[in-house]
Design a protein around this ligand. Structure first.
Ligand code: SAH
Length: 263
């Protein structure tokens, strides 16, 4: 498939960026929404659809609603968990219909689009969409660096899943079109590439184990760990940063073991 056949107005570099964006649908109930999402993606020049435990898939309803965007459905990848679906992504954004009690950084679709436009590196960017009934769980949001909220009218705040995908995808496309006349920002590489979700989650697990071991938590492990996650996400650590962080934990563990042996 040649995505630029239906989006001639974006440049080659921007198309590469669009191809690095994956739309992740978590535990979708209605196959029609999966089809409508594929259609919205095709409209906006996005190609990569990822499904985490869809309730019914493949499905005639999905194909019918895709209205010709069958190739996106055919290429859709299935994963057993969100962590696995975003493991190799450098940026993971969770979309949410309501404000959460946890104070996660939150963006409008336009702010997200600016960040995506300015992102560098070769890794994928994941935009995660939740269940029709209940959205994303807190554990799933823990895998996201930031949240995206579409500022809909309070009196009618429920937005259809595929409509939410369309709004977010259109914001990104709009940002790219505006930027067309500017120098492409894409390509200014980090000295070390941005860490992937899997690498960061691995560090969080190691940190959590260590903090447990030294009895750092006083019964509020989840809350404290969430604050720490937020702090690290803000820093956008590179792969080298994560290696150093893991090194500090190994060194601390080694010292702790020495102490244990002595006593
Ligand atoms: N009652 C659920 C609504 C889920 S709607 C809840 O309160 O979370 C299904 C999905 O559509 C959401 O998980 C989210 O990914 C997306 N969505 C719906 N409305 C949205 C909005 N205003 N902003 C961003 N995403 C939205």
């Amino acid at each position: 498939r040649q995505p630029h056949e239906f989006c001639m107005i974006v440049s080659e570099a921007q198309m590469q960026l669009l191809n690095r964006i994956r739309i992740v649908l978590v535990n979708t109930s209605h196959p029609g929404n999966i089809g409508a999402t594929a259609r919205a993606m095709a409209n906006m020049g996005l190609t990569k659809l990822v499904l985490v435990q869809p309730l019914e898939y493949p499905s005639m309803q999905a194909t019918a609603r895709a209205a010709g965007a069958d190739d996106i459905l055919d290429d859709a990848e299935l994963f057993p968990s969100l962590a696995k679906a975003v493991a190799d992504c450098s940026h993971v954004y969770g979309t949410t219909a309501r404000l959460r009690s946890i104070t996660w950084p939150e963006y409008t679709p336009q702010e997200l689009a600016e960040q995506v436009r300015e992102s560098d590196g070769d890794q994928d960017i994941a935009l995660v969409f939740g269940r029709e009934r209940s959205g994303l769980t807190n554990e799933e949001l823990d895998l996201c660096q930031a949240l995206v909220h579409i500022p809909v009218d309070d009196r009618h705040s429920s937005l259809n899943l595929a409509s939410a995908v369309m709004v977010v995808a259109f914001s990104i496309r709009s940002a790219l079109l505006v930027a067309k006349t500017r120098e492409p920002i894409i390509g200014k590489k980090h000295a070390s590439p941005v860490a992937t979700s899997e690498q960061i989650q691995f560090y969080f697990n190691a940190l959590d184990t260590l903090l447990n071991k030294i009895s750092f938590y006083k019964g509020n492990a989840t809350r404290v760990m969430r604050k720490l996650r937020r702090l690290y996400y803000k820093a956008e650590p590179s792969q080298e940063d994560v290696r150093i962080l893991l090194g500090t934990i190994s060194a601390i563990n080694a010292e702790l073991e020495k102490g244990e042996k002595k006593s």
